[in-house]
Design a protein around this ligand. Sequence first.
Ligand SMILES: [Zn+2]
Ligand SMILES: [Zn+2]
Length: 242
Amino acid sequence: MWTRIQTAIELIYPPRCLGCGDLVTSDFGLCGPCWRETPFIAGTICESCGTPLPGGTDGHRIECDDCMTTPRPWRDGRAALLYTGRARRMILGLKHGDRPEFARPAALWMARAAKSILHDKMLIAPVPLHRSRLIKRRYNQSALLAQYIAKETSLSYCPDLLIRTKNTPMLEGMTADERTKTLSTAIHPHPKRRHRMAARDVLLVDDVMTSGATLTACANACLAGGAHHIFVLTLARVAKDT
Ligand SMILES: [Zn+2]
Ligand SMILES: [Zn+2]
């Protein structure tokens, strides 16, 4: 069944470079020149959010200034891309519904970025969207990414582990404290899914991490729901200087 759907998708969307539209052959979705221009994160990173850091490691855990000033309720975090230039354009396309075919290669990049934090018993769950926003956008881009990551890694997946019971106002322009407060009352474990996260490690998936307020609310909801350790994986991290 899945193969038939895949074939149908490939007929509608022949594999084209997500950057320039040229035909490509790989599952990774980019031609050579676009690959080189896409801001993939590599090298030394913050263990909590995955943002790149200058210098090397001495074997000790390192964190960026953001994660040091705002301690995260999760254990480790990774991101595949920096939210700039080409990556920003691709993610906006995914978010606003006109480029859903971007989700599969993006999930492969994310699975690769998360390699060192993944383990067998983890449960993958997306950051939830409120129903009204889901209707407007037609799909939850984080759920689409999470679903492909689960398929790629063979880890368990629960699309509705968390629910957003309140449609929060746009968070842009709020301080980190205001965001956290607004979100903490909006995101909850699904009452029928608590058993799935009990004493288990959860990997939360989102498209972009800015301040981390949404992921904080989701991680706290999982911890309140009885989860063990929380890990986060985002497609892109907004770096401070962008
Ligand atoms: Zn290209
Ligand atoms: Zn960080």
